[in-house]
Design a protein around this ligand. Structure first.
Ligand SMILES: [Zn+2]
Length: 132
């Protein structure tokens, strides 16, 4: 279920790292996400926190891609900027549902047992709700 990263996965991690590096503003923007589309284009976005709740970076990156005509999403990663360098984040439950709705064949780069690996969105959200 979990696979090792390929060398090209670093490009996606770099895109997510760069967008949060450039736009970090605690507490509003602390996570960056990057999505690789079927076209080969990468879209990167930050989260937008507000009082109590704000969209995560993943749905904003997906929305950016859709706004630019993309409909096929191959891979996604989210990066946070804590005090000690940048780290890969696991997508939250809300994002997992959104990702499986929009991209059932998506690969997600995420931390697992102390490593950064990748897995299918369906594998990390088994038996998901599906109304589409
Ligand atoms: Zn989320």
């Amino acid at each position: 279920m979990y696979k090792e990263l390929a060398p090209e996965d670093k490009l996606l991690i770099d895109a997510a790292t760069k967008v949060i590096e450039k736009n970090f503003q605690e507490p509003r923007h602390t996570v960056g996400a990057a999505v690789l589309c079927g076209s080969g284009n990468i879209y990167a976005a930050v989260n937008v926190e507000s009082c109590g709740y704000g969209p995560c970076a993943e749905p904003i990156a997906i929305g950016m891609a859709i706004s630019n005509g993309e409909r096929i999403f191959n891979k996604i990663v989210a990066i946070s900027k804590p005090t000690k360098g940048y780290v890969v984040l696991s997508p939250c439950g809300n994002c997992r549902q959104l990702l499986v709705d929009y991209a059932p064949n998506l690969e997600v780069i995420l931390p697992h047992n102390g490593q950064v690996l990748k897995a299918s969105i369906k594998d990390i959200l088994p038996d998901s709700y599906n109304n589409f």
